[in-house]
Design a protein around this ligand. Structure first.
Ligand SMILES: [Zn+2]
Length: 490
């Protein structure tokens, strides 16, 4: 009896200690006060800068296929616009054309022993989906300046960073700024096709020159306003890594024949079963990668219950993961995703299919390897009749994860704190591809972020209809790149 009482006391004390620890962890993550609206400091001459952005949007540097081989005149027009728009850059920076259409600018610093800073953007845009042109408030290549916005393809992805970086450097030159650290500006021309011709060639060239940058900054994430449910602050998420990709073809061959005498399982039945098994046995989720790190970092801007759970992910992980997995957005942040995208088989209603094929696309979270995904697929399908092969290429590993404690991150975060004190700056994972996957060879500190303000409704504008950027936000971008170059290169 006495023994039992002691046990009871011990369990009670342990439970109390646990509750104490959970509350302590939650309270250690202080709630942020609601965001205070801030009038952004707009750079002088913004009207002219906006007209130059508009002119860049009017040039149809559209990525269709084959490294943009047919788009020579469009890219030369953009090169000409850049040369004419920024006379001080023309005089002070070395300009190189890489692989016909990409551009590399070098602003030599006075101390060549310092590792340079690499700022990147891409000059190409995705096509406008045929038939949707009429749905645009202003025509997609008009570059219309109206209602406080600049409208058109490339306004979000991503002629803003291309032009704002150049505006920032031109502005610094006008002030007589002389960098100590070399500043490299790299503008690829086929990011929307994978960057194999543009960014990859620039990275090859820089690698050959043994350039190791202090950090690189490319597109990827943004300042999210009202995108994360419950968040009381805009969230400025700096991408530390981007996911990899692998597409596999699953194939079943069968005898075929008349449908009046089917076997117990047909080719279509087998391929369907394989797809169902893959969907119901997902790759394991983790909160330890950059996606989970980002979710935990958002906690201070979330209501108490979410803060409590995220601050104690060591305890609530098993409860949190199913909840996060239920939403496609958060699911993509915590695991390698499995997406069957094509299924084919059969030609006639009364003929058994002699072959059935399924194509499954995986997006690899950092920490998972191509080898692990292939092994997982074999083990889950576990059917010798299903052959598994690569679909168009061997896939790409997730990129290395840049350091969220490194000097590049600190410089970007400090610049953001000054520019947008209302935003909570957090690290994160980019779930789509960017040119940065090529620049990893030039810098292990490859960050993916632009201070573009995106509301939930804007997400559909990315690669979609009515792409636009607020003029005030474009002013913030110019101020951001100008300040970032000044503080990192001084
Ligand atoms: Zn882009």
């Amino acid at each position: 009896m006495r023994q039992l009482k002691l046990w009871g006391l011990a369990v009670g004390a342990a439970a109390l200690a646990l509750v104490g620890a959970v509350l302590f962890n939650a309270l250690r993550v202080p709630a942020l006060p609601a965001a205070t609206a801030k009038t952004p400091a707009l750079p002088p001459g913004l009207d002219d800068a906006v007209r130059r952005l508009s002119a860049a949007i009017q040039i149809k540097t559209v990525s269709y296929a084959a490294a943009n081989a047919g788009a020579a005149s469009e890219f030369s027009a953009l090169h000409r616009l850049i040369a004419e728009s920024f006379p001080l850059i023309r005089g002070a920076l070395k300009r190189e054309v890489v692989n016909d259409y990409s551009l590399l600018y070098t602003w030599a610093g006075s101390d060549p022993s310092l590792p340079p800073v690499l700022l990147t953007a891409h000059m190409d845009v995705v096509p406008v989906e045929p038939g949707t042109e009429g749905q645009w408030t202003h025509p997609p290549y008009s570059g219309a300046i109206a209602d406080g916005y600049v409208w058109g393809r490339g306004a979000i992805d991503m002629k803003h960073t291309l032009m704002a970086t150049l505006e920032g450097v031109e502005g610094l030159l006008a002030q007589g700024f002389k960098p100590r650290r070399t500043v490299l500006l790299a503008f690829g021309h086929d990011e929307e096709l994978g960057g194999e011709a543009g960014a990859k060639s620039i990275a090859d060239l820089l690698e050959k020159r043994k350039v190791r940058a202090l950090f690189s900054l490319d597109e990827g994430s943004a300042i999210l306003e009202g995108v994360i449910p419950g968040a009381t602050r805009p969230i400025a998420q700096i991408g530390l890594s981007e996911k990899g990709g692998l597409t596999l073809a699953l194939r079943v061959k069968a005898k075929g024949g008349h449908s009046s005498m089917p076997p117990q399982q047909t080719a279509i039945g087998k391929i369907s079963a394989a797809v169902v098994r893959l969907e119901s046995h997902q790759m394991p989720a983790t909160l330890d990668g950059p996606g989970g790190l980002g979710l935990r970092a958002v906690a201070p801007a979330l209501p108490f219950a979410s803060r409590l759970a995220l601050a104690n992910s060591w305890l609530f992980g098993p409860l949190l993961i199913p909840r996060l997995s239920a939403s496609p957005v958060t699911n993509a942040l915590i695991r390698t995703t499995t997406a069957p995208t094509i299924i084919q088989g059969g030609v006639k209603e009364n003929v058994l299919a002699s072959e059935a094929v399924a194509v499954v696309n995986f997006r690899l979270a950092p920490g998972d390897t191509l080898e692990q995904v292939r092994r997982h697929v074999e083990q889950v399908i576990a059917d010798p009749d299903v052959t598994i092969s690569d679909y168009r290429g061997p896939g790409a590993e997730a990129t290395a994860v840049a350091d969220s404690d490194g000097p590049g991150y600190a410089l970007i975060a400090a610049t953001l704190h000054d520019l947008a004190p209302d935003a909570l700056v957090v690290p994160g994972l980019v779930i789509t591809g960017t040119d940065s996957k090529h620049y990893g060879r030039v810098s292990t500190a490859a960050y993916r972020f632009a201070p573009l303000r995106l509301a939930a409704a804007d997400l559909a504008r990315i690669h979609g209809t009515n792409e636009r950027i607020a003029i005030t936000n474009y002013g913030e971008l110019i101020s951001f790149y100008m300040a970032l170059v000044r503080t990192s290169a001084h």
